[in-house]
Design a protein around this ligand. Structure first.
Ligand SMILES: Cc1ncc(C[n+]2csc(CCOP(=O)(O)OP(=O)(O)O)c2C)c(N)n1
Ligand SMILES: [Mg+2]
Length: 825
């Protein structure tokens, strides 16, 4: 909503027709004969060699999966293998011109892309650089395995290394490219520009968009390609990625130094099938996939269909599209025609297609047709082709023997309790103040002191009370929204890679005004509005983060996490560990918990976030904690889901007398905090219920003489139970409160753990006071739903200690709880 883009009725209501440009379809018609001037015989032979290596690799896996035997050697591979037999020319043609700096992201069917890009990188890299990459990568673990019997050149060694590293990964070996933690569908190798492959259909679309954003914002060389299937066009996140990648603002609003389209190709590897469903004619309506670029932007995404059965057509397309991208006119959409002879997976009986169809494509198998073209043009003889094939099979057999041998290629021991690989890589737990290159200065528009909000905040009280202890009005104090602003604002002046985006982040100042004052301070590329594309907001943040930048993404309401479910739970949470500890994920996802907006805008979904391994989850309830936790997240290297309560944005600091410091400090993620010391009963709160617990404690103390200790969880994952156990040892009773629906909430987990860790110390089982297991009703009736002080008292009276003379505000005894559970409400 920038004011610089006026919307006029005259223009919007004028009459005309919208014209589309023709979309090229398989326009490249050259053969080897035509290209002899551009390619040396050696180049052409390398294209054939690379296709042979991929074919031999996939054939080997096919044999293993179907027969448990390759060339007489038995092996049982229990994991998946989605093979790309038939699709080799697409992968090799694409990789041929790409540099190491060009990054490809792929799918479940990306073995061919991994090998093609790797072979291309090996060919391009100087020997010393190649050696260094192999020596440095995970301490040279895979290199040690392949160099023992290496005979040829450094590049030959590179090929052995590539094939072995990929295969060892597929077979879950420690020396695999991702320490065996990624496997067939996720394997990748960044030093060659081979970035994460994704088992979620379309999963790479928004991640690759974020990677392109990273390159664009930080002026990092190279382009990014999302290799995704034709059927992924049915996936919402793929569309969201396309919307995000084609935003007008890149070319219209960003400053001159950052103006221009993203360096990105959406390459739809169009093999005409999902698993068995057919996009053309059955599950989609586009008929020709390339058509879809036409509606997205006036450039029609430079969409075209390319014959992916001709490696030269693919090379030509990449060359031309790279130029478009260099001219900052990206992104590009390619509809790359190909076909897989192999099933979706080896167990697929191809019941959805005729044998004759497969045979028709086998007749134009690129490995045969390209070889025939080479022979016809005297580039080589059939004997040379046979030799290439034999040599490719030798490379595969050699790697296979090593990769299946547990002596040579052991798996790491995940049963080991301390120091186990997976426990080490679930979080990176790093501390990096800036991901910028040394000496790089953050791009800002104002000095810190010039900022209007900073000036305004300097006049406010940092504490909720004045010097005499008198309560101040909230408007006179620094609230949580201001504390968050301060941490984020500082972050922008510390780390030049830090960017923030989401819906209404710029101009509006974030839906709840946390970002007010940032628009003035930051150029567009550091703070911008995204489309209403929650999946792409998170997915692009994942791509930006894993490429090496820091990002704060915002989903206005926590209820919208559902729209970004895959990106949060399968992508953000998993890439550090699926990389074997190679990647960092410095992504903060801010989500707010509402209260007044009814059933779809007022939910606390901490439980969902906490359930997924790989996410840090925090929920501060005071300005001091909000700023300290945000600071910790902003110098950390892990994904943090940062819950904020809309009830508390203007809440001042009541607990730390001097208030949240103006400078930098951290609150350690994972540490709860005793907000009030007491001796008779512990109340552990998550989020905004802290203040209702305080109200309850006042009543318990004044009316019933019960002294309460109140602990604010602050963090949910990780969570150190020490303070809670120490408190329970003292009080022997604990009540837990939060605004989340009680069933399956994080309080349930905490209560179970406290029971387990301190059973002997407890006089009564921990009691949970959550919201009802209902939809959230209207604000006018919220007291029937969210837990208030009276609910805490009711629960204590009914389930912990009877309060003398107390009358419950509503039924909450065991009978009623049993009924509610029986009815599922
Ligand atoms: C979100 C999601 N839905 C379903 C699946 C199961 N699945 C795996 S591959 C596949 C078909 C994908 O087709 P396409 O994107 O064209 O890629 P291709 O398999 O043809 O390479 C399906 C449905 C999945 N992995 N992810
Ligand atoms: Mg497909």
């Amino acid at each position: 909503m920038p004011k610089s883009i006026p919307i006029t009725p005259a223009e919007s209501r004028a009459s005309s027709t919208l014209k589309f440009d023709p979309i090229p379809i398989n326009t490249y018609r050259k053969s080897v004969a035509d290209e002899l001037v551009n390619f040396s015989p050696k180049d052409l032979m390398r294209i054939q060699r690379d296709m042979e290596v991929i074919r031999a690799f996939e054939n080997m896996l096919n044999e293993i999966k179907l027969r448990g035997n390759y060339k007489g050697i038995e092996y049982n591979h229990r994991g998946p293998a989605h093979l790309s037999i038939g699709q080799e020319a697409t992968a090799v043609g694409q990789a041929y011109l790409l540099d190491v700096d060009d990054h490809i992201y792929g799918s479940h069917r990306s073995h061919g892309e991994i090998l093609a890009k790797g072979l291309s990188a090996i060919d391009k890299l100087e020997d010393t650089k190649l050696m260094k990459i192999m020596e440095d990568y995970f301490g040279g673990e895979a290199l040690r395995v392949v160099e023992k019997d290496a005979k040829g050149t450094v590049k030959d060694l590179g090929v052995d290394y590539l094939v072995y590293g990929a295969l060892a990964e597929i077979f879950a070996r420690d020396a695999g490219f991702n320490k065996g933690l990624g496997g067939s569908m996720h394997a990748f190798f960044p030093p060659f520009g081979i970035m994460p492959n994704n088992a979620i259909v379309g999963g790479s679309a928004d991640i690759a968009t974020g990677a392109a954003l990273y390159k664009h914002v930080n002026k990092i060389p190279g382009i990014v390609i999302a290799n995704i299937g034709d059927a992924s066009l049915g996936c919402g996140p793929t569309w969201e990625a396309i919307c995000f990648a084609t935003m007008d603002q890149f070319r219209m609003l960003w400053d001159e130094a950052h103006r221009g389209g993203l360096p990105l190709i959406f390459n739809f590897v169009n093999n005409f099938y999902g698993m068995g469903g057919q996009p053309v004619g059955e599950t989609m309506g586009f008929k020709i996939l390339a058509r879809l670029g036409a509606g997205v932007n006036p450039e029609q995404m430079h969409a075209e269909r390319v014959d992916g059965y001709n490696p030269l057509a693919m090379i030509d397309a990449v060359a031309r599209k790279k130029k478009v991208i260099e001219e900052k006119r990206g992104p590009v959409l390619l509809d790359t025609v190909t076909y897989r002879f192999s099933g979706h997976s080896p167990s697929d009986a191809s019941s959805y297609r005729e044998k004759s169809e497969i045979e028709a494509w086998q007749k134009v198998d690129p490995l045969l047709t390209f070889a025939a073209d080479l022979i016809q043009n005297n580039v080589c003889t059939q004997m040379d082709i046979d030799a290439l094939r034999a040599s490719a099979e030798d490379v595969i057999l050699k790697a296979f023997k090593k990769a299946i041998d547990l002596g040579i290629s052991p798996r790491s021991n995940l049963k080991q309790s301390k120091g186990n690989l997976l426990e080490k890589v679930m979080f990176s737990n790093g501390r990096v103040e800036s991901f910028g290159a040394p000496g790089r200065k953050p791009e800002v528009l104002l000095t810190k002191e010039e900022n209007p909000r900073v000036k305004q905040l300097s006049t406010r009280s940092r504490s909720a009370v004045d010097d005499k202890g008198q309560k101040l009005s909230k408007a006179k104090c620094i609230g949580i929204r201001d504390a968050l602003f301060e941490a984020i604002f500082d972050g922008f002046y510390r780390d030049p890679t830090l960017i923030a985006y989401g819906e209404e982040n710029r101009d509006w100042g974030g839906a709840f005004a946390v970002y007010r004052g940032l628009t003035e301070a930051l150029p567009y590329h550091r703070l911008f509005n995204s489309p209403i594309s929650e999946a792409a907001i998170v997915g692009t943040a994942v791509g930006y983060g894993l490429e090496g930048g820091r990002v704060i993404a915002e989903l206005m309401y926590c209820d919208f996490m559902g729209r970004a479910g895959d990106e949060i739970f399968n992508q953000l949470a998993k890439w550090q560990s699926m990389s074997g500890g190679l990647l960092k994920m410095p992504v903060i996802l801010r989500v707010s918990v509402g209260s007044k907006y009814g059933a779809q805008h007022s939910q606390d979904w901490t439980a969902i976030a906490a359930h997924i391994p790989g996410l840090k989850v925090v929920f501060p309830a005071t300005p001091y904690d909000a700023k300290g936790l945000m600071n910790a997240a902003l110098v950390g290297t892990d994904p943090v889901i940062f819950f904020e309560s809309q009830r508390l944005y203007d809440e001042p600091e009541h607990f730390v007398p001097a208030g949240a410091p103006t400078g930098f400090y951290e609150v350690a993620i994972g540490e709860p905090d005793v907000k009030k010391v007491g001796k008779d009963l512990t109340i552990l709160t998550v989020g905004a219920t802290l203040y209702r617990a305080i109200d309850a404690a006042k009543e318990l103390e004044s009316k019933y003489g019960i002294s309460c200790e109140i602990i604010d969880a602050r963090s949910i994952v990780p969570f150190n139970y020490e303070k809670v156990i120490a408190s329970v040892k003292k009080t022997r009773k604990i009540v837990l409160a939060s605004d989340a629906c009680e069933r399956g909430s994080v309080l349930q987990t905490m209560a179970a753990k406290i029971t387990q860790f301190a059973f002997d110390e407890l006089d009564a089982p921990p009691v949970i006071v959550g919201a009802r297991n209902w939809i959230t009703p209207s604000d006018e009736q919220e007291d029937a739903f969210f837990p208030f002080a009276s609910d805490i008292l009711d629960a204590i009276h009914e389930h912990v200690i009877p309060l003398k003379g107390y009358t419950v505000s509503r039924e909450s005894g065991t009978e009623d709880l049993l009924r509610r559970n029986r009815e599922g409400v």
